[in-house]
Write a new protein. Structure first.
Length: 252
């Protein structure tokens, strides 16, 4: 079965990106349509330094973006541990803002939790997503950055209370990042939850550009808002050496 591709929109509206205005976004959407990609993954947090601008651009390109399936995420404050971000009130405020920026009063496809709220009771968080679904603001909900232990608690509560379970889990998956195969994926399979893997090329690390000093202008570039973070994640000496060896082998 061919993979169903989802296009991430974290770079929409980001400084130095190719997609800073509605015309450039329209050109991209036309290309995606030609490639048979019809689903966008957005967030109130995108882009990192201009939260909400990604959703705004998608809304401004409504004449084309309306033919796309759009997912988005509840706002989370990255300067905190996320406490209170998934309370009922915070979730409603976030969703209302997203639908307005996206120009989608009919709702989105999937509503994500960027991460679990450590302060709001899990039951309230689950009910919040169920209420958004019942109001027609989303068709399903999704988790991300959630440990297997917390995931099992969430699923137990859903079964105990008869609440709608998350339909998806979003997380890393590539040749470098495979730890989820041990505990997380078996839990998801047991409950029929789909795994949406992002960074299949490890944020571009697997292209070999970083180890070949060709990373200027990429996500690893020093001018990219995420550049230093990406370099730190994939900058271990043994990982860089392994990538050099891999790159040499595939060039043969």
């Amino acid at each position: 079965m061919a993979a169903k591709l989802i296009f991430g929109t974290a770079s929409f509206g980001m400084d130095l990106s190719e997609f800073q205005d509605v015309e450039s976004l329209k050109n991209l959407l036309k290309t995606l349509q030609a490639l048979n990609i019809h689903r966008l993954d957005s967030s109130t947090r995108y882009p990192p330094l201009k939260p909400g601008r990604s959703e705004e651009l998608i809304g401004e390109a409504r004449e084309l973006s309306r033919s796309f399936i759009v997912d988005t995420k509840v706002y989370t404050n990255t300067q905190t541990d996320g406490s209170g971000d998934l309370s009922r009130e915070a979730m409603q405020k976030s969703v209302s803002g997203s639908l307005q920026r996206l120009q989608r009063p009919e709702g989105v496809n999937v509503l994500h939790a960027h991460r679990v709220d450590p302060a709001t009771p899990l039951g309230e968080q689950i009910q919040g997503f169920n209420e958004q679904s019942a109001q027609g603001n989303c068709k399903a909900w999704e988790l991300s950055n959630t440990s297997p232990a917390v995931l099992e608690k969430i699923l137990h509560l859903c079964e105990q209370k008869g609440w709608q379970k998350p339909s998806y889990y979003q997380g890393n998956y590539n040749l470098v990042t495979r730890g989820m195969e041990m505990k997380l994926l078996p839990i998801l399979r047991a409950h029929g939850i789909s795994y949406n893997g992002f960074q299949p090329l490890a944020a571009g690390f697997l292209t070999g550009k970083l180890v070949n000093n060709q990373h200027a202008g990429t996500r690893f570039g020093n001018k990219n808002p995420l550049g230093k973070t990406a370099q730190g994640i994939f900058g271990a000496e043994d990982l860089l050496n392994a990538m050099k060896n891999f790159d040499e082998e595939v060039k043969v």
